[in-house]
Design a protein around this ligand. Sequence first.
Ligand code: IPD
Ligand code: CA
Length: 271
Amino acid sequence: MSISLTYGCSVNISRQQLLTVTVEAGELAQRSFRSLSAEQVAYKSEIDLVTEIDHSVQSLLIDRLTRMCPGARVLAEEQQEHRALTDEPTFIIDPIDGTTNFVHGVPHYCVSVAYAEEGEPILGAVSAPALGEVFSSERGGGSYRNAERITISPNGDPRRALGCTGLFGDSRAGRAAAAELMGRALDHLRDIRRMGAAALDLCYVACGRFDLFWERGLNAWDIAAGMLIVREAGGRVSDVHGDTDGVMFSGSVVAANPQLHRWFMETVLRG
Ligand code: IPD
Ligand code: CA
């Protein structure tokens, strides 16, 4: 299904159009995959990397999306200043999620783009060019991996569940707390993965590869598209306090089917 969303004359974009632009951006990133030079990598902090490619992918996306939808605002990770999110139509962009993987030649990285209104995502696309997959969703219209409809894992038993988490991209102190929480979860789950690209990790939950994902210390651009894709695949998405409103701006995410989500909140987070 592909519905055009029109708000006045300013915003008119469908899931398919967002997907096409996101795939084009992914192809641009992929052309530099495993051929980056050291000069193309910079440090936002001791552990937080950015590449020239993050900037060129972001420019391509902003150019394409603002030409298609001149009335929309943009919140993108590598912008010099991040404008506060309003209720206005806004594109939320992570030009490369999983930059550390990208720099090290690990294929689990993606381009993530969401279109949000009133603080909630209503279109999302996540392209993983090194893996040949693109995930997309439209509020009320389900979620897709390439052209195939996807649904979340129905498994509610933690002992049979494969979890996934992240360990704070830009804070060593945050990582210690994240590792402690991961240790507690590991006592119950079949196993845990730390893949390194939150937006794509959420898509892996949406299509049932992972049963559960959680992470603290995230930004809106890590969460926006992936959370919609999980919800439209039948999953429950909240912040670590269990709130389901405004998750994008909460800094944290817990995503799973409703049964496993409840278990995680009660047994691991509050236990
Ligand atoms: C990071 C990735 C990583 C997560 C970090 C994020 P970036 O995003 O999503 O998996 O653990 O918290 O910052 O920096 O690669 O866009
Ligand atoms: Ca990024």
